[in-house]
Design a protein. Structure first.
Length: 247
């Protein structure tokens, strides 16, 4: 969601009360306080909502992970997050030290689960080997223009969730003829087709951005769209591009 100030707080509150149960933020987004306030102002019990944040690349040293996560929780107005991610394995990321700190977050009751984001297959395997806690999720860019069957298979084989960010490819889905054809067939739009395609895959969760109530409702409705095998084949035959959000 695009979140800022009072409007951002209202967007979060509206989303949660509408039925959203997954709030995704990060230290680098500079909106943890907005997410926390919106959740606090909603009528939905805290335990009904999955609250996830990410530790940025310059805070991945052992002690920085612990201290920066404490600050994140204060901004989010929660005692314990549901999920804390390594945002990117760059800069101060040291697999042994960083992941040991994430295990400590679980042991100390600061998060229920740990995840990673923007990892390669080799980095995922290393993280799974080093972590004492089970890997709960891998968040990565995924949409019809940037799709990795290997990452989807890895999530299924190792029983963690693949959380797909930017499922609308920063609006590019509306320019893809194959998606337009499928959308017309189902009397919907290209965004719903993209979200439904990803959501139909085992172990895949999507987190489309939305700030308006209309977009929020559209994203929720996409979960009810069922694509047939022909639709899926057509989407997966689309010529791929480079990722939109590299390092």
């Amino acid at each position: 969601m695009g979140l800022d100030g009072d409007a951002g707080v209202e967007s979060v509150r509206t989303a949660v009360e509408m039925g959203y149960r997954h709030l995704d933020t990060a230290q680098i987004y500079d909106n943890e306080a907005t997410v926390g306030e919106g959740l606090a102002e909603s009528t939905v019990p805290r335990n009904d909502v999955l609250v996830a944040t990410k530790v940025w690349a310059d805070k991945l040293g052992y002690h920085d992970v612990l201290s920066s996560t404490t600050e994140s929780l204060e901004r989010l107005q929660v005692d314990c997050a549901d999920l804390v991610y390594v945002h990117r394995p760059i800069d101060t990321y040291d697999p042994e030290q960083t992941l040991a700190a994430f295990d400590e977050l679980v042991d100390a009751g600061r998060t229920r689960h740990v995840g990673v984001s923007n990892f390669t297959l080799a980095e995922l395997d290393e993280a799974i080997d080093l972590l004492d806690a089970p890997l709960f999720a891998h968040q990565t860019e995924m949409h019809p223009l940037f799709y990795s069957p290997a990452l989807v298979s890895h999530a299924r084989e190792h029983d963690y969730s693949l959380v797909a960010y930017s499922p609308l490819a920063a609006g590019k889905v509306f320019e893809i003829p194959e998606l337009t054809e499928i959308a017309e067939k189902h009397d919907t739009d290209e965004a719903a087709v993209s979200v439904a395609w990803l959501a139909g895959k085992e172990n895949v969760v999507t987190i489309p951005k939305a700030s308006s109530e209309a977009h929020m409702r559209a994203n929720l409705a996409a979960a009810d769209l069922e694509l047939d095998e022909e639709d899926v084949r057509k989407i997966e035959s689309i010529e791929r591009e480079e990722e939109l959000f590299p390092e």
